[in-house]
Design a protein around this ligand. Structure first.
Ligand code: DGP
Length: 120
């Protein structure tokens, strides 16, 4: 089912897009929890982690390689960064189009959910 992220992919609604190729799109989160907070999404509509199929494995892997590529470009790869993907309501998923949160630019603390998931 189409979500707001489909409308970002199709440019029906604006977003601060930082990377795009044929398979993935990355844009800044509208409610950033860190100096760098981007969402990396597949262009293919996959609602949750539970819906990822074996044929999607390379595509999902690409979300991670895209995060690493951006981290290197932005100079945060060595200091470190966090990637998180929420699944369903108890994890705080609000948009049902899988997305990798990439957070960087400050100490993120531990456990991770104190920063990232308190909204949920
Ligand atoms: P999650 O809770 O894991 O489903 O994260 C959804 C994230 O999506 C949340 O951090 C806010 C962000 N978000 C929701 N709507 C929009 C939007 O229209 N534009 C942008 N850039 N981000 C959005």
């Amino acid at each position: 089912m189409a979500t707001i992220f489909s409308k970002i992919i199709s440019r029906e609604i604006p977003a601060d897009i930082v990377y795009e190729d044929e398979q993935v799109l990355a844009f800044r989160d509208i409610n950033p929890q860190a100096p760098i907070h981007v969402l990396i999404i597949p262009k293919k509509e996959i609602p949750t982690i539970n819906d990822i199929q074996p044929e999607d494995e390379a595509l999902v892997g690409k979300l991670y390689t895209t995060a690493a590529k951006l981290a290197k470009e932005w100079g945060v790869a060595e200091d470190g960064y966090r990637v998180v993907m929420n699944c369903n309501q108890q994890a705080g998923q609000t948009v049902y189009h899988i997305h990798l949160h990439m957070l960087a630019g400050k100490p993120l603390g531990w456990p991770p959910y104190t920063e990232v998931m308190k909204q949920g």
